[in-house]
Structures are given as structure tokens and as C-alpha cells.
Design a protein around this ligand. Structure first.
Ligand SMILES: [Zn+2]
Length: 463
């Protein structure tokens, strides 16, 4: 580092120290070094390139998921960590089969094809497909109010859109996801023969977005096929239903559930110098959906988490607590990896104090959400001024992440990296979630932001 930069940093730090005496000059310098290293000698983008372009979509139980396990294990071993290992976990295997096919048939026999994809976990249609009249509903409540008389023998079309008025797009997603997850199970109870769900995205395009669904406790003989339709397809189908309520919808898919197969979480560890028996965790999920290479969801989180440990090694920083990177398997359709990791931590009586997940895309970081008590959160919030030079400002209480959530109750703090979310659902679970949708600098800034928070927690804790 050259002298003028150091002077500026010192001045900045003295200023911030005046505001928050707890934040030291040393912390400011360390954060500056982390960001500089991530932006000039980062490796996350190169790792993501391989994961996305040489391996591809990594659905649990697939050959690609297995290759991703081997690749990330080998790359972590290259970093010279104290320990790298695989944690065995059984995962559900589901395959899509041939490409789905669907059309809308109007009274005079006209057929208009439309873009659909099977939802993850769905059963196939009969080999010749399903053709039936359609009933459009805006959600599970409306479905229940219509009852068996109106639903029986029909395809239920769930068409509630994500709310565009919400700035936090994850809130808009949560507000519409129930129809995708539980729509088929609920519709089957009223005698529906299939389910078509509007894709969970705010963009109006031709890409269907897949995602997990469940039949709950419905007996297997009553399971009905479920697919997502693109938003443009949903708009078209809805408008056609207004003109001709008795039109027919046809779809065909041959996806299949195969039962559980062997897979792994990938874990790397640097032993702590002062508290070797207290663990800090950074992680993302190694599996992805199969329609694309899963660069945003969650290739980005995987390589950013690996980069945190690499940055510390490169900077010669030896963490006081033991630091683990955990690449979780099967977040998308089972969460088995996250559950397994928490189970093992409990069984071995390991003390976990802090876990940070990146699973919201590789976009420009804005800050973090923290799942912890008020007193702890107030201590963490003091660190936010250290992030101002990097345009990171969002320190709020909130959800940590799906894979680390099973640690709750046995950990002080769960945290989630919060990148800008406006474009995330353009790619989420769709064929558009590819490497070219990730920006190198945005990805690297996310990794640096994570490393900085881990560093602060490692140095100061919250007690
Ligand atoms: Zn994800």
C-alpha cells in the first residue's frame, strides 16, 4: 500500500473512531486490504467459470453435482487449509427427462404452444399427456372456496403474480411461492388432474422458472403433475380464458423421482489460534436447478464463501476462532445438506457462534441481514460504519439463510449476505441463470464484504 492511501485511511478511521470508539484503525486497514485483494487478485470468478461452464447445472444426485463435489474439494485442498473433508449425506434424486411440451387449444381446434417446465419433485403426466379444461385461481384460498364441484377433472392454473410494489423482491417471492410449493397437493384434494403455476419472476418473458414442490402427506396414488408456465404464457392463457372459458390446456412431461442417493457437503477448515473449539461458518449451496448452470443460484455463494478463506490465507490472517467453509448439498429440493451439517455439529457437541450464508445472487452487495437477539444485533450494528467506504449500508435484523437455518438455537448469530435483489428473480431457477449474468466485480465485492464481516466477528465477537 502506498503512503497517501494509508494517510487517507488513517484520517477516515480516526473520524469513524470518533463516531464509534469500538472500531479501530487496525480494522479499517484490514477491511481495506481485504477489498483490495478481492478486486485485484480474486479467484471467485475463475472458480465460478469452471463450476458453471465446465460442470453446469448441479441438481442433487446428478453426475454434475458429483463433479462439483470433487472439483470444490480439490480446489479447497489447494488453499492449504488445515483440513478439507466430505460430509456424507443422502439426497433425493429427481430427473426432468425430455423437454416438456404444452399448448392451449381453442374451440376451432387451434393450438398455440406455450413454454412450461416441470416443478421439481413433480410426477410425470401419462405418456400421452393430459388435456383438460382450465380453472384460473389467484391462490390457495380461492381454490378452497371453489371446492370440488368447480375443480374436479380440471387443470388448476395458479396465476398470482409476485407483487411489483415491493422493493425487497424476496418478500414478493415469499408472497407468491405457496401456490408453487403446495398448489398440486391442495388442487389434488379437490379432484384436479394437473396444476400449472405462473413462474415466480417479476420479468415478463418466455422462460418458465422451476422450483421445489411437495405433495405433503397426500397418498402417492393421488399425486398430480405440476408445471410452471412462463409469465408471458400465463398472461396469454389468462386472456384467452376470458374469451373462451372452456378452452383446453394440454401438457406432457416425463420427470421422475428415483429415491435417495449418496452425496456430500464439502467442508474446509482453518483451525483457530485462540478459540479452536468455537466455530465460524461461511457457506452457500453447491446444488442448483437443472435448467441452467446455476451461476447466480448458488454458484456465486459457493465461490464467495471459498474466497473468504482464500483471502485470509493470502493476507496472512490467522483467525482466532476456527473458520469453516461449508458447501451445502441439496438446498433446492430437500435441504438435506443443511440439516445434516447441523445434526453433526450437535452430535459432536461443537460450539458454533456465527454462520454467514450467501444465497441471494452475486450482485452488488448492500449489506447483511442478522438473525439474533437485539442486544447482539446492536453490537454488530456498530461495525456498519467500517463498511461505508465500500457503499455497504444495510445492517438489519432478518433471515440468515436456508442452509444455516438448522443451526438456529445452537448459535449466537445467523447472517445472510444481502446483495441488490432487483434482477435476481430474472434468473432464479430459470434457463437464464448462467455465468454471463454474473459480473466479476460485483461477485468479488460480495466475497470481500463477507470476509470483512467474518474478520470483525473473529476479532471482536459479540460478548
Ligand atoms: Zn439458492
Amino acid at each position: 500500500m502506498n503512503r497517501p492511501n494509508l494517510m487517507l485511511l488513517l484520517l477516515l478511521t480516526i473520524f469513524f473512531s470518533g463516531v464509534h470508539a469500538q472500531n479501530t484503525v487496525q480494522d479499517s486497514i484490514m477491511l481495506s486490504n481485504i477489498y483490495k485483494m478481492a478486486l485485484t487478485e480474486g479467484k471467485s470468478y475463475e472458480w465460478l467459470d469452471h463450476l458453471a461452464n465446465n460442470i453446469g447445472g448441479r441438481l442433487s444426485g446428478s453426475l454434475e453435482a458429483e463433479r462439483a463435489v470433487k472439483y470444490t474439494e480439490a480446489e479447497l485442498k489447494e488453499l492449504g487449509l488445515d483440513k478439507v473433508w466430505l460430509q456424507s449425506v443422502m439426497v433425493p434424486k429427481w430427473t426432468r427427462g425430455f423437454q416438456e411440451y404444452a399448448y392451449i387449444e381453442t374451440g376451432n381446434g387451434n393450438k398455440t404452444t406455450t413454454d412450461i417446465c416441470a416443478l421439481g419433485g413433480s410426477v410425470a403426466t401419462p405418456s400421452l399427456g393430459i388435456k383438460a379444461e382450465v380453472i384460473e385461481v389467484m391462490g390457495l384460498n380461492e381454490l378452497a372456496s371453489l371446492g370440488k364441484a368447480k375443480i374436479s377433472g380440471k387443470i388448476v392454473f395458479f396465476n398470482r403474480a409476485m407483487d411489483p410494489a415491493l422493493v425487497q423482491t424476496f418478500a414478493a417471492y415469499s408472497g407468491a411461492a405457496d401456490q408453487r410449493y403446495a398448489g398440486a397437493a391442495e388442487a389434488a384434494k379437490y379432484g384436479a388432474v394437473g396444476v400449472i403455476v405462473r413462474s415466480l419472476t417479476l420479468s415478463l418473458d418466455d422462460y418458465p422458472h422451476t422450483g421445489a414442490m411437495s405433495y405433503g402427506d397426500l397418498p402417492e396414488k393421488n399425486w398430480i403433475p405440476a408445471a410452471a408456465i412462463s409469465t408471458k404464457g400465463a398472461e396469454y392463457l389468462s386472456s384467452m380464458l376470458k374469451l373462451q372459458p372452456d378452452l383446453k390446456f394440454y401438457f406432457k412431461q416425463n420427470c421422475k423421482n428415483w429415491g435417495d442417493v449418496q452425496s456430500y457437503n464439502v467442508i474446509g477448515e482453518i483451525k483457530g489460534t485462540d478459540f479452536p473449539d468455537k466455530y465460524l461458518v461461511v457457506g452457500g449451496h453447491l446444488d442448483s436447478w437443472d435448467l441452467a448452470d446455476g451461476a447466480q443460484d448458488d454458484g456465486a455463494g459457493v465461490v464467495q464463501s471459498m474466497e473468504v478463506l482464500r483471502l485470509f490465507k493470502k493476507l496472512g490472517y490467522k483467525p482466532r476462532h476456527s473458520l469453516r467453509v461449508v458447501l451445502f448439498m441439496n438446498e433446492e429440493n430437500g435441504l438435506r445438506g443443511g440439516k445434516k451439517y447441523a445434526e453433526e455439529a450437535k452430535r459432536k457437541n461443537e460450539t458454533h457462534v456465527f454462520a454467514l450464508e450467501s444465497d441471494a445472487g452475486g450482485f452488488t452487495p448492500r449489506g447483511f441481514t442478522f438473525d439474533t437477539d437485539d442486544a447482539t444485533f446492536n453490537k454488530i450494528k456498530v461495525w456498519s460504519s467500517l463498511f461505508k467506504p465500500y457503499l455497504i449500508h444495510y445492517f438489519e435484523k432478518g433471515y440468515g439463510g436456508a442452509d444455516i437455518a438448522p443451526l438456529k438455537g445452537n448459535i449466537e448469530v445467523l447472517a445472510g449476505l444481502m446483495p441488490d435483489s432487483q434482477r435476481y428473480f430474472d434468473y432464479h431457477h430459470a434457463a437464464t441463470d448462467t455465468f454471463d449474468a454474473v459480473n466479476k466485480r460485483e461477485l468479488e465485492l460480495g466475497a470481500a464484504t463477507m470476509a470483512s464481516l467474518v474478520y470483525l466477528f473473529d476479532q471482536h465477537g459479540t460478548k
